[in-house]
Design a protein around this ligand. Structure first.
Ligand code: TXA
Ligand code: MG
Length: 340
């Protein structure tokens, strides 16, 4: 663990990009943990084949040892090296969605350290789309274990400054690859058993999975479901949470919202409303965030807005309920967990 503050390296010109790749690769080869950009959320990366380096990730995040970490690759060959079986369905999904925000859970290869899989028989593998992450993996030649770069159970970071604020005094290097383009964590699907299913909804939704595979996909468990928690401990219901209390409500109009706020004895000042269609205008509510009424733009903006609420000392965040439908499933899932 480093003392002092992390160095934050920019990547917005080709020479800066190349210099940051070289630095990150040197650190990773030396067994260090570095924060890197991906298109979903920022990741806390280490050499997946080095159990001591992966142990540092758990330590830095305060992550329970029973929660497995996903592995990031930048080629099909590297993905196959992490697995003991590679189902035809994995190739089908890989062809449709990789590189991209999809994690495939498959039987693990024996050379993946136990600590990565939390001792389990499977491993989660993702080929991320972000060019920086791809360049680093290719240059390293080994896969990278990387959970989201936040303290355990807190909000995932979607920009370098989110990482800096939460882990800046524990890391030596954060690479700034800009705002995450997807903004929510990857879809996790389990291909290890006879019935493929969604363990964590993401922006590659059930409709897209069905279109690519020709069958319909079920999502395993709700937030409170025990079997899902055992299968994928990161899906514990309290997760992805801002510090403030968060409530998800429907309201008809501003008067209706104000009635509900009064009934809930909402704090007068440290209250934030996050709305995408029924946006309160009159001066009664101190802080209103308008979030786009489109699932992809909403997903991209959500964590940034929640981080902003936390930074400004919000006590209560009231979020307008998202619409029904598979395109909104990942957003609805994260809001449900944040509200638990
Ligand atoms: O988009 C993402 O997936 C980001 C970026 C950095 O790639 N990573 C991420 O990692 O969200 P993490 O550790 O915060 O979430 C991974 C989720 C957890 O819920 C974990 O329990 C689950 O995937 N998981 C990992 N390996 C698994 C396995 N072998 N079987 C079942 N679930 C697994
Ligand atoms: Mg996480």
């Amino acid at each position: 663990m480093s003392s002092g503050r992390a160095e934050v390296l920019p990547t917005h010109t080709p020479p800066l990009f190349a210099a940051a790749v070289a630095r990150a690769v040197a650190c990773l080869r030396a067994g260090e943990v570095v924060a890197l950009p991906t298109e979903t959320v920022y990741g806390l990366a280490a050499n997946a084949l080095d159990p001591r380096a992966v142990a540092r990730i758990f330590e830095l995040k305060g992550r329970p040892a029973h929660n497995p970490i996903i592995i990031h690759v930048a080629s099909r060959v590297l993905a196959l090296q992490c697995a003991s079986q590679w189902p035809a369905l994995a190739d089908q999904l890989g062809a449709a969605f990789w590189p991209g925000p999809l994690t495939l859970v498959v039987p693990r290869s024996s050379h993946i350290p136990d600590i990565v899989t939390a001792g389990g028989p499977t491993v989660g593998i993702r080929w991320p789309q972000h060019p920086f992450m791809q360049a680093v993996i290719r240059e390293c030649g080994f896969p990278l274990a990387a959970p989201s770069a936040n303290l355990s159970n807190q909000l995932s970071p979607t920009c370098a400054s989110h990482v800096e604020r939460s882990l800046g005094d524990r890391l030596s290097l954060i690479v700034d690859g800009g705002d995450a383009n997807v903004g929510l964590e990857s879809t996790v699907v389990d291909l290890s058993g006879p019935n493929p299913r969604i363990l964590r909804p993401g922006m590659i939704d059930a409709t897209a999975l069905a279109r690519a595979t020709g069958f319909s996909w079920a999502t395993d468990g709700g937030p409170a479901e025990d079997s899902a928690v055992r299968k994928s401990p990161g899906l514990l219901s309290r997760h992805y949470s801002p510090r403030a209390r968060l409530l998800v409500w429907h309201w008809q109009d501003e008067a209706d919202l104000n009635r509900q706020l009064q009934a809930a004895k909402a704090p007068a000042n440290n209250l934030w409303i996050l709305a995408h269609t029924r946006i309160p205008l009159a001066g009664k509510i101190p802080h209103v965030c308008v979030i786009p009424d489109d699932p992809e733009a909403y997903a991209r903006a959500l964590y940034g807005e929640l981080h902003r609420c936390d930074e400004s000392g919000a006590e209560l965040i009231v979020v307008e309920a998202p619409p029904e439908g598979t395109a909104w499933a990942a957003v609805a899932d994260r809001l449900r967990r944040a509200a638990t």
